[in-house]
Design a protein around this ligand. Structure first.
Ligand code: DOR
Ligand code: ZN
Length: 363
């Protein structure tokens, strides 16, 4: 479907298979930048420490709030939020069935304490030994288990590697369960997904992990806006992610993990993890594929593989991205507010820009 010209590319409306919107005015900014480029998004449930999305009731409230914001932009038909709930001790198979009725597509597991708003996450032991009924119900309803793949009890750079045995055990216990290993950052995780033969394992890859190594976070000055979980790793890990994306293997698809945090909470003695990439994700990805001389691989990565793994219809609208340089704003804020957001790539140039979006949803 993609139309690729020298300075312009039109692709099927894309899906961001992993993003964070939050509740407060961050939702306003995040949704605005998301609907203007993306047709659908898998919306993560760790909205707030005190107000996470755990049940179908929470899902309905949160979806309404998202639609309230979309409505303000006259964009109610432009974007479909695909909802998730968070796996916690109180998640039961009844919760799963009610969530499925409410349209929930995935349940997200956050290892206890490993990342933003994961205080009531699950221990690795519980993940493997508890929740049998939950995972069975998810399998029955075709729901995806979305895994933050870091083992919280290990050294920060090794957490993804130590999660691999946990994942293997999960697969052995629940062979029919569809699993997405989210925002992978290591060569080993890439290999694990490549070598898997079950057909039930896939991985998301973010924009920022295609660009950053740990040097861009702490190698020189401390760069809080590149700080996220899992941490960006070594150059060879980034190279493995790039190769996976360029290979066109359908097990790897795009999930931005765009995560808005206010500037003062990132530039802080105890800074939050998360990269706000929604404003730049599609243009910068296009530039990435262009530089790799692989523009034809953009559409499958953003508009096809994720939907196929989730069993969703493909979108019907299109988005056109043109060559043309622009500078990413340093900040997004409501006038006068100190609660500002610093986007990924702030102040830097991007050589492609989204010019038109035809917002016809699938159906
Ligand atoms: O850096 C991150 N930020 N990683 C995550 O897993 C969560 C996210 C957030 O919610 O801010
Ligand atoms: Zn995330």
């Amino acid at each position: 479907m993609a139309i690729i010209e020298k300075d312009r590319i039109t692709i099927r409306s894309p899906d961001d298979m992993h993003l964070h919107l939050r509740w407060d005015e961050r939702l306003y900014h995040a949704i605005q930048h998301t609907f203007s480029h993306w047709g659908r998004g898998i919306i993560m449930p760790n909205t707030d420490e005190n107000r996470p999305i755990l049940t179908s009731k929470d899902v309905k409230e949160y979806r309404n709030e998202i639609f309230n914001f979309l409505h303000q932009f006259l964009a109610t038909h432009a974007f479909e939020p695909l909802m998730t709930i968070k796996l916690v001790k109180t998640t039961t198979f009844e919760v799963v069935h009610a969530a499925a009725e409410a349209g929930v597509k995935a349940i997200k597991s956050y290892p206890l304490g490993v990342t933003t708003n994961s205080e009531n996450g699950v221990s690795m032991n519980d993940l493997v030994t508890e929740f049998g009924g939950v995972f069975k119900a998810m399998e029955e309803r075709g729901m995806v288990l979305s895994l933050h793949g870091e083992h919280p009890e290990y050294f920060c750079l090794d957490r993804e590697d130590y999660f691999i045995p946990v994942l293997r055990q999960m697969q052995a216990n629940h062979p029919g369960l569809k699993i997405v290993l989210e925002h992978i950052t290591t060569k080993n995780a890439v290999q694990l997904v490549q070598q898997d033969t079950t057909g039930n394992l896939a991985a998301t890859i973010t924009l920022h992990h295609l660009f950053l190594t740990l040097d861009d976070v702490i190698g020189g000055s401390l760069m809080p806006h590149n700080f996220c979980k899992p941490l960006a790793k070594r150059p060879e890990d980034r190279d493995a992610l790039i190769s996976a994306v360029i290979s066109g293997n359908p097990k790897f698809f795009f999930g931005s993990d765009s995560a808005p945090h206010f500037q003062h909470t990132k530039e802080s003695a105890c800074g939050c993890a998360g990269v706000f990439s929604a404003p730049v994700a599609l243009p910068l990805l296009t530039s990435f594929f262009d530089e790799q001389d692989a523009l034809e691989k953009l559409e499958p990565f953003v508009s096809q593989f994720g939907a196929q793994f989730y069993g969703l219809p493909l979108n019907r609208g299109t988005v056109t991205i043109e060559r043309g340089s622009w500078t990413v704003p340093l900040l997004y804020s409501d006038s006068g507010s100190l609660r500002q957001l610093v986007p990924f790539w702030a102040g830097r140039e991007i050589s492609w820009n989204v010019v038109v979006r035809h917002c016809q949803l699938y159906e």
